[in-house]
Design a binder for this molecule. Structure first.
Ligand SMILES: *[C@@H]1O[C@H](CO)[C@@H](O)[C@H](O)[C@H]1NC(C)=O
Ligand SMILES: *[C@@H]1O[C@H](CO)[C@@H](O)[C@H](O)[C@H]1NC(C)=O
Length: 376
């Protein structure tokens, strides 16, 4: 999703309901892929999950525990989080940041307001059998992102992928994060970036960068999966904006990269200028490409600002219906909850724990997955 702001502390009070009994305790093998299917804790099949960009930035362990308890009891297995938090100036004490970018010497924050927050999230996820999809940089300026590297090291946004200084520091950061969790069964996969784009560039730019970066991650950690984190632009099946390669992304070409273990795609019809009804075709066309490549597809983010249940339910059903045909998981954007400080960020897409939307898009979806018996 493009825009993220700091947590907004709303006052809406929610009736929280306990949906399902506690899921099984954490196992010790790493998630993997077998053909077009994910394998998690020995189960091969289709999985549901969600996104929480903010959970690694919370400073209260109890809040992290509360959210993870709710995710676990809801039957969601995969949680995508921001593994980056880049700044170009040190914030005031008490504000979490992971990396300070500067041409005169960058700094990775391993302190209590730095990567120790991510450490807690990983440990707490291990206890609950939740699998984390962790990414390393944002295309957007939220939490720094590529624009923060550009501020520090110069050049243009589209030059980030080939800027030697920016890439050297990005790799240092990757090594720092991967090194901390290389042995953790709570890592679902490493993700190169959130929504990498390179407007007007040859698709070779992102392709080459993704090839080199994924090979680098594999050299550091041969035991976990790796993925790109793109929106899935550039593939056959349509002629509207997201099917084009104008953002420098070729989904099919990137899927062929040896060290990328699965494909990712997002769905936001309104900002892309397509209709909600085009969502099913978008899912089907990605599934077909994944099936052809022999790798699973992860429907990694999807959202609308109104009528969440009515609009998103058919997308979930299309994805689940293709469980043996390329699709292996979906993660709605984004998880909403109530923390000690109040309600989490409501960007219009948020599905709040305990709400009617959550019954529709989480409880009923998880039941549907179980009923479909896609666990092989
Ligand atoms: C992968 O799945 C196939 C069935 O589609 C199964 O026969 C095979 O044993 C699985 N491989 C692994 C390594 O689990
Ligand atoms: C991120 O995407 C936007 C939209 O295409 C673009 O303007 C921006 O330059 C991108 N960032 C990079 C590093 O290309």
């Amino acid at each position: 999703m493009k825009s993220f702001f700091a947590l907004t502390l709303g006052l809406l009070s929610l009736g929280l309901t306990q949906a399902l009994p506690l899921a099984a305790a954490a196992a010790t093998s790493n998630p993997s892929a077998n053909g077009t299917r994910f394998v998690i804790d020995g189960e091969t099949g289709y999985f549901a999950g969600t996104n929480s960009y903010w959970i690694g930035f919370l400073t209260n362990n109890k809040d992290v525990d509360t959210v993870l308890d709710h995710i676990q009891t809801s039957g969601l297995k995969i949680l995508r989080v921001w593994g980056f938090n880049d700044v170009t100036r040190k914030p005031a004490a008490g504000t979490v940041w992971f990396q300070l970018l500067s041409a005169s010497g960058s700094q990775i924050n391993t302190g209590t307001d730095g990567l120790q927050r991510l450490d807690y999230l990983v440990q707490a996820s291990e206890k609950r059998g939740i699998k984390l999809l962790i990414n390393f940089v944002n295309n957007w300026s939220d939490y720094g992102g590529m624009p923060a590297y550009v501020t520090a090291f110069g050049g243009k946004a589209e030059g980030w992928y080939t800027n030697a200084k920016a890439q050297a520091q990005y790799k240092k950061y990757i090594a720092a994060v991967v090194g901390r969790y290389v042995n953790s069964p709570a890592v679902f996969a490493w993700e190169l970036a959130n929504e990498p784009r390179c407007k007007g560039c040859s698709t070779d730019v992102i392709y080459k960068w993704a090839t080199e970066t994924s090979a680098y991650i594999r050299s550091l950690d041969p035991g976990h999966m790796i993925t790109l984190g793109d929106e899935g632009f550039g593939l056959p099946g349509g002629s509207s904006y997201p099917y084009q390669t104008s953002e420098g992304v070729d989904f099919v070409k990137n899927l062929g990269i040896k060290d990328l273990d699965f494909g990712t795609f997002h769905l936001y019809p309104k900002p892309w200028g397509i209709s909600n009804a085009d969502g099913a075709g978008w899912v089907k066309n990605h599934a077909a490409a994944c099936k052809k490549a022999g790798k699973p597809c992860l429907f990694e983010e999807y959202g609308v600002e109104t009528d969440h249940c009515t609009v998103e339910k058919p997308w979930q059903q299309t994805s689940l219906g293709l469980a043996a045909e390329g699709m292996s998981a979906d993660l709605f954007w984004q998880w909403g909850d109530r923390l000690s400080s109040g309600q989490t960020h409501n960007d219009g897409n948020t599905i709040y724990y305990g709400s009617a939307d959550a019954t529709c898009l989480i409880t009923d979806h998880v039941k549907g997955i179980k009923a479909a018996k896609v666990v092989l």
